[in-house]
Design a protein around this ligand. Structure first.
Ligand code: NAG
Ligand code: NAG
Length: 311
C-alpha cells in the first residue's frame, strides 16, 4: 500500500496532538504531584496519561514522552542512553534509616556487623552505603538484607518494619513511609539516622532530546511542567489541602502522610550542588554496575534547565 502525502500529513498531525504519556511508579508519595497537576492545573490540548513505568520507559519505548524516577535510575539509564534529559525535580527526600537500640545501636558506627534491610539496585541501597560510609564503615562491615516496603500498618512478615520487630534485621533504610512505620512499630527502641548532605533522593522528571526538539511535544511538556510547578507550590505551602489526596492515592494513613511530609521537599529546580552530587553517585554506580563513569561534560548535558526557563 502506498501512503499518500495527505495521509502522511494527517498522521503526523495526529501524532503531534496525542496526549503526553508519562511513565511513573504509581504507588509512591513522590509521584502524587503528577496526577494532581493533570487534574487541577494542566492547560494543554489533551490531558496527559500516566502509565506504570519510569525513566527506563522513555529510554526504550518512544510511546513515552516523560518518565519520573529517582536520580539513581536516571543515572543508570543515562549511562547507556545519552539522549535522556533531567528537566525538572519533583521531590527531594533525605531518606532515613531506622535502627533498633535493643541491638546495641546508638550511633551510626554501631551498625558495624549488623543486618540492614534495603532494596538492591535502587536509591535505597545507595543511601545505606553512603550513610554508613560517612561513619567510616566499609560495605564488608555490614550485611544487606532484602525485603519489601510497607505502606500501611499492620505490615506483613516480608516487610522491613515487621522484620525489624522480629529481630531478623537490626535496621533498615528505604523511602517513606516504611521507615515511619518501622519506627512506630519499635516505639521507644527506635533510633533514626538521616543526613541530607550525604544522601537525598532527587526524584526527577525525564524526557529525551527527540521529544524536547519536537515543537508540538515540547509545548505540551512545558504545559505539563507548568502545571507541575503550580502543584509543587500547593504541596509545599498548603499541604493541609493535599494530605487526604496523597493518602488516598498511595494507601497510606493520613496521619502517616503528615508525619513524613517534612522529609519531602517539593523543590522543582536545582542549584549548583546537584552536579557534584551526581558525579559522586555516578562513580559509586559505575563501580557497582561495572561500567565506565559518565564524563562530567555529559552529566552537565543531562541537566537541562531549558524547560524550566520556558515556564
Ligand atoms: C552529615 O554528613 C557530613 C559529611 O559526612 C558531616 O560533616 C555532618 O556532620 C553530618 N551531619 C550530621 C547531622 O550527622
Ligand atoms: C514555580 O512556582 C513557584 C511558586 O511556587 C514560583 O516561585 C516559581 O517562579 C515557578 N517557577 C517558574 C520557573 O515559573
Amino acid at each position: 500500500m502506498r501512503t499518500t502525502p495527505l495521509f502522511t500529513a494527517c498522521f503526523a498531525y495526529f501524532l503531534h496532538t496525542t496526549a503526553l504519556k508519562i511513565g511513573s511508579s504509581l504507588q509512591w508519595i513522590e509521584h502524587t504531584p503528577q496526577p494532581y497537576a493533570i487534574k487541577n492545573f494542566y492547560k494543554g490540548v489533551t490531558a496527559p496519561t500516566i502509565a506504570s513505568g519510569g525513566v527506563a520507559s522513555v529510554a526504550s519505548d518512544t510511546s513515552f514522552d516523560l518518565g519520573a524516577n529517582a536520580e539513581t535510575q536516571g543515572l543508570k539509564q543515562y549511562a547507556g542512553h545519552r539522549n535522556i534529559r533531567l528537566i525538572y525535580i519533583i521531590c527531594e527526600v533525605p531518606y532515613r534509616l531506622v535502627a533498633n537500640k535493643a541491638s546495641g545501636i546508638n550511633k551510626l558506627s554501631d551498625l558495624k556487623g549488623k543486618r540492614i534491610g534495603t532494596i538492591a539496585k535502587t536509591s535505597a541501597t545507595v543511601f545505606v552505603d553512603k550513610l554508613l560510609a560517612s561513619a567510616g564503615l566499609k560495605e564488608s562491615d555490614y550485611t544487606l538484607v532484602s525485603g519489601s516496603v510497607c505502606m500501611k500498618a499492620p505490615c506483613s512478615s516480608s516487610t522491613f518494619p515487621q522484620q525489624l520487630v522480629n529481630r531478623q534485621i537490626d535496621a533498615f533504610g528505604v523511602w517513606e513511609p516504611a521507615v515511619e512505620l518501622g519506627a512506630a512499630a519499635l516505639g521507644a527502641n527506635a533510633i533514626i539516622f538521616q543526613n541530607a548532605s550525604v544522601y537525598r533522593e532527587v526524584y526527577s522528571l525525564y524526557s529525551t532530546t527527540d521529544k524536547l526538539k519536537d515543537p508540538a511535544k515540547r509545548k505540551d511538556i512545558v504545559a505539563f511542567v507548568r502545571a507541575l510547578n503550580q502543584t509543587l507550590d500547593v504541596f509545599a505551602n498548603k499541604p493541609d489541602t493535599v494530605y487526604q489526596t496523597v493518602a488516598s492515592a498511595t494507601g497510606v494513613d493520613v496521619s502517616v502522610v503528615k508525619a513524613v511530609w517534612p522529609d519531602h521537599h517539593w523543590s522543582g529546580t536545582w542549584g549548583a550542588d546537584l552536579l557534584p552530587f551526581l558525579i559522586d553517585e555516578d562513580a559509586y554506580l559505575a563501580k557497582k554496575d561495572n561500567r565506565a563513569v559518565i564524563p562530567k561534560a555529559d552529566l552537565e548535558r543531562f541537566l537541562d534547565t531549558s524547560i524550566i526557563a520556558e515556564l
